[in-house]
Ligand binder design. Sequence first.
Ligand code: SPV
Ligand code: MG
Length: 322
Amino acid sequence: MIGYPVLPEIRRPMLLESLKRKRTLRLVEAHSPLAARIVSLAKGAGDPGEALRFDGLWISSLADSSLAGLPDTEILGYPKRAQGVSELTRTTHLPMLVDADTGGETSSFVDFIHMLEQIGVSGCVVEDKVFPKKNSLIKEADQQLCDCDQFSEKIRIAQAEKISPEFMIWARTETLIAKQGMDEALFRAESYIRAGADGIVIQSVDPSGQEVLSFIQGLQNFTRSWKHPVWFACIPTAYPQFTAQQMFAAGFHITIFANHLLRASIAAMESVCRSLLNADRSWECESDIASIQRLFTLVPQKRTWRTESVSLPNTMPQFGLN
Ligand code: SPV
Ligand code: MG
């Protein structure tokens, strides 16, 4: 059912299955169970049944860190992030792709994958920067890539150690962020695919979008002769003039809107704070904020009533007394 939990074993294969079935998917960042419910229910314009919906959730390290008031430098820790993901499963039927940053040490990365698999996450994205990484969108940051062979080995080990075959391990190359050139970006992507990556994510801050378009063209030349399917994803934060459809036409299978709900909430909260202070009452901003009724629709308050109406047996079972 839309916007409701599903069992981990049902949710986990969903991303791969959707990719095989639909070929192109739109993922959007969801940073809380409430955001996950909003995404799950969201639909674009069009006939009912035909209207666009999101195909999955992106669990962003930038969003998770920002909400905790911390920089996006892998400081939050895997158990904490896994706990957050686990809470999201309460309100959504959608598959989830988790941003795993650099993955840290290979053994920690494998532990994180096992946590995610048990929660029912469909896959993770690991990036080829030196731990602790810095966010790719920081203009003045000195971005350092890790060793290509070591990173390829990390992917090989993670693929061998994961528990569920359908859990996808995506490799993200930060070569263009580190300004190491297109040849190096393609070389690295090929190496990661040969190591067993299920997909490649390319990150770029080129506002024209031409960098990622050249990258995907180069990568397709290589993967055309490749035996197993390899999937490609982009994160068009820096080149928002491109539609997801245009990125699909260029050869990408997933477009990730990586931070838009978090940024939307910041803009909305700042505007309401201004209005409350300027008007000294909430009348002026009432029409700009969700009604309490809308909140109750998104997070139904009735669930406990159903539990209360269940009659309990007169005699409770006795455990461990024999
Ligand atoms: C994130 O959403 O945390 C990402 C994408 O990694 S970006 O911040 O654009 O690097
Ligand atoms: Mg991130």
